[in-house]
Design a binder for this molecule. Structure first.
Ligand code: IMP
Length: 445
């Protein structure tokens, strides 16, 4: 399969391109979206909330966003779909931060998106403690409790922040129930005050009013007008609530299906699905991770790759590339191309390893088992390849300018192996954090 946006740069009409993570989040989706956004008109987020995080460096100044989509600094049309959970405090802060730098974002937030309130964050922490060894190690941003309220049809939507009458009725129930939960389930002495929450919500409603509307309608209009729309996934396939390593993931669909329900578009509107994968594996939070290296190698990858969470600052668990996982991501997302990031970080090893299967009870497994008990016992089976040199930034930039053929020979054969093992064409190779450190791949074999 071919990734047309990347292969045919220069074509005018590219329509809907989804960018999703193939591993456990932090694959570098922000950089890939930023690179593609150069040619796009709109960037749309469709799931997750302020658990996500990306840092954009422009003119030496770092901008850190949790909710606002990538592309804010390029004056693109930005959308937060109904599938996103919106923490209004975070969103208002991010809009203000942009405004103080002279940027009034062209942002539209879905009136149907659900709202994260401070008590969702309190509940997130209490539930994590309660779950013990089944806790996912969440970001404590209130993501799970907000989606739980949405599914149990008790949630507050963005549109409600602008309607006192509806809000009062909903908060009566929501605050009433959660006070009981806090007191009787968790033995907390904390008590939520409905009136204070009501006034806070109305205040956020008036700050956000100008940015709220029907995102499905507007995104479809853009697509129908032939604009290029990027659908920016947050987290990654293995954190998806349905297709990830349940219960050690997040509470939304971070796979491509989430882009349909989380925005209100039909499947025919997505013409490309680009999967982003790191050249090795990382994750923050708990749960089995077959290729994790806890020793010297893990430390080396962490320090060289600066593998610390953008949202929580937690050190990430690191290990070799897991082709079983990325092949799985290719299937559940219907990937049309892979973007492989941080290949520069993997430079300097004599040999590099790819996990080509798992060993379970003496058998070779090459699919992700649903049974957590089985997955926990899966041991990686590796193939080894020759490593490529550790090059200085200037050298990677020179290579990026020259193009794919200038990549180190060993890296090209590593990419070829990844294509073979996952069945997906490597369309883009990232050799550093900056835009100019990106290589468009041609057909490799
Ligand atoms: P939650 O989304 O905060 O509920 O966290 C659930 C799990 O997903 C935890 O293991 C988190 O560490 C992980 N997680 C959530 N958001 C991200 C992200 O943006 N990058 C990487 N991991 C994430």
């Amino acid at each position: 399969m071919r990734a047309k946006i990347l292969e045919d740069r220069g074509e005018a009409h590219l329509a809907g391109i989804a960018v999703v993570g193939c591993q456990w989040g932090d694959e570098g989706k922000g950089k890939v979206v930023d690179y593609l956004a150069e040619r796009a008109d709109c960037v749309v987020r469709f799931q997750g909330g302020s658990n996500a995080g990306h840092t954009v460096v422009v003119n030496g100044e770092a901008y850190r966003f949790h909710l606002i989509p990538s592309g804010a600094l390029h004056n693109k049309k930005l959308f937060l779909g109904n599938g996103v959970v919106v923490d209004p405090e975070v969103l208002v802060d991010e809009i203000d931060a942009l405004k103080t730098r002279g940027i009034n974002p062209k942002l539209l937030v879905s009136d149907r998106a659900h709202v994260t309130l401070p008590f969702h964050k309190i509940l997130d922490g209490l539930q994590e403690d309660f779950k013990g060894e089944l806790s996912a190690g969440t970001t404590k941003r209130g993501i799970g409790p907000t989606y739980a309220d949405k599914i149990s049809r008790l949630g507050i939507r963005v549109v409600d922040l602008m309607n006192r009458e509806v809000l009062e009725k909903k908060l009566d129930k929501l605050v009433g129930l959660n006070n009981k939960v806090l007191r009787h389930v968790f033995g907390s002495t904390e008590s939520l005050e409905r009136d204070r929450i009501l006034e806070e919500c109305l205040k956020y409603g008036s700050s956000l009013r100008e940015y709220v509307g029907d995102v499905s309608l507007e995104v479809n209009k853009c697509l129908d007008a032939g604009e290029t729309v990027l659908f920016e996934g947050a987290q990654g396939t293995m954190l998806d609530v349905d297709h990830g390593v349940y219960p050690f993931g997040t509470s939304s669909n971070s796979t491509v299906g989430g882009a349909l329900t989380g925005v209100g578009i039909g499947p025919t509107k997505i013409t490309e699905v680009i999967g982003v994968a790191k050249a090795y594996t990382t994750r923050v939070g708990n749960g089995p991770l077959p290729t994790e290296e806890s020793g010297e190698l893990g430390d080396k990858l962490r320090s060289k790759g600066e593998e610390y969470g953008t949202t929580t600052g937690r050190p990430r668990r690191c290990g070799w590339f897991d082709a079983v996982t990325v092949k799985y991501a290719a299937r559940v997302n219907g990937l049309t191309g892979l973007a492989l990031t941080k290949t520069d970080v993997l430079g300097g090893f004599d040999r590099v390893r790819i996990c080509v299967g798992y060993e379970y009870n003496g058998e070779l497994v090459d699919e992700h088992p649903a049974d957590l008990g089985v997955f926990r016992k899966c041991r990686p089976v590796y193939d080894d390849y020759e490593g490529w040199p550790d090059l200085p930034t200037d050298e990677w930039r020179r290579i990026a300018r020259q193009g794919f053929s200038a990549l180190p020979r060993q890296l090209k054969s590593y990419l070829g192996m990844i294509e073979e093992l996952t069945g997906v064409y490597v369309a883009l190779v990232s050799v550093g954090p900056m835009r100019e450190e990106t290589v468009l791949a041609r057909k490799i074999r």
